[in-house]
Design a protein around this ligand. Sequence first.
Ligand SMILES: Cc1cc2nc3c(=O)[nH]c(=O)nc-3n(C[C@H](O)[C@H](O)[C@H](O)COP(=O)(O)OP(=O)(O)OC[C@H]3O[C@@H](n4cnc5c(N)ncnc54)[C@H](O)[C@@H]3O)c2cc1C
Length: 382
Amino acid sequence: MDDVWDLVIVGGGPAGSAAALRAKQLRPEARVLLLDRAAFPRDKACGDGIAAHGRDELALLGLPDLIADHRPTRHLSVISPGGARVCATVARPNYVVPRKVFDARLVEAARARGVEVRRHRVRALVSHRDRVVIDGVLTARAVVGADGANSAMRRLIGMPAPPDRHLAIAVRGYADVPADDDVQLIVMQREGWPAYAWSFPIGDGSANVGFGMLLPRLRATGRPGREVLHGRLAEILPHLPARDLRAHHLPLSPGRPGHGAGRVMLAGDAAGLINPLTGEGIYYALLSGRLAGQAAVQAAGDPLPAYRRGLQNALGRHLRTTDVLARAAQSPSFIDAAIDVASRRQRVFDLLVEVGLGAGVVPLPIAGAVLGRWLLNGIPGR
Ligand SMILES: Cc1cc2nc3c(=O)[nH]c(=O)nc-3n(C[C@H](O)[C@H](O)[C@H](O)COP(=O)(O)OP(=O)(O)OC[C@H]3O[C@@H](n4cnc5c(N)ncnc54)[C@H](O)[C@@H]3O)c2cc1C
């Protein structure tokens, strides 16, 4: 049997690596173990879009240049379900970095900081008052469950899976595009709403393209998921035939299960932290992972309350905002109104980006402008 670890992290995606990096950053002598069932580099179905806010998190983790060799993307174009359009320059550039590259770099950075990385699939957990025993062989003072959308850790600590109505599913692939294409394109769809396709150019002559929708809407089609997702993507972006298609679930934040139990903290997708309006989860994963790693070393006696407070301070108001907006967005005409207003006012466009990709909240005057436009267009059934 191993000695006692200060922190064991399950899952080496952005949430898990951020937890490991933060713990070592704050307490270099801490014994930190990062477990993942996969060997890195490994692929992960994702749009590969890293918001400017994600880059801020990398800087906080001491890795400001981790993706500096990738081209910044400065333009964002959104077509609403009813056909309203906005194409504008974002206040701060976003990045598109294939997860095979991004996640492997994060794990490598954690290893370089002294984190032990092991390939290991976690299957069992026994919680005691002062420690957690994993698979009968590893003992930890604190554990971060960062094992993604279908988290075994969440199940092992007895927390419920997110309800189907708060689960989305999306497929992504790669397509050829001109190397100078630097517009991130989002095409929303009325059919099966909420649903949208995207093209996120990487800057090397290829783009990450994909299509996602809510799980219950997919089931309602009565057709095989693969047929629907692949078919809709090809239909919406016919000029961008995709290869290497891969799908995965997205647990949206209105269905978030909670922060953990005992000495186990959940972070990233395992904590249901995906923006319900955009599907963005990398920023939340880095942020929640960072806060969990911090709590594990700064509040070692009882890390969960410290983690809960940290998340509440960082994301509490924002998550309440997106809970409400996700409800309003059930009506496609609400999104039509928001995009319409954003196409005329750069400030509203910037705010939508903050809410969709960062931790933004909506000031009352802007909520009023969108509501006014929505009412003008006629809310019911649209
Ligand atoms: C198609 C699609 C497109 C998306 N596009 C974007 C986008 O453009 N931008 C964005 O910000 N977000 C996007 N997201 C969301 C984003 O992918 C996730 O929010 C993000 O990956 C969450 O990171 P994580 O570290 O929590 O989990 P993950 O990245 O899923 O990492 C979890 C890790 O845990 C490991 N693991 C799982 N079970 C175990 C176990 N039992 N034992 C040990 N290890 C285990 C896995 O191997 C994996 O490495 C998209 C999601 C999908 C599905």
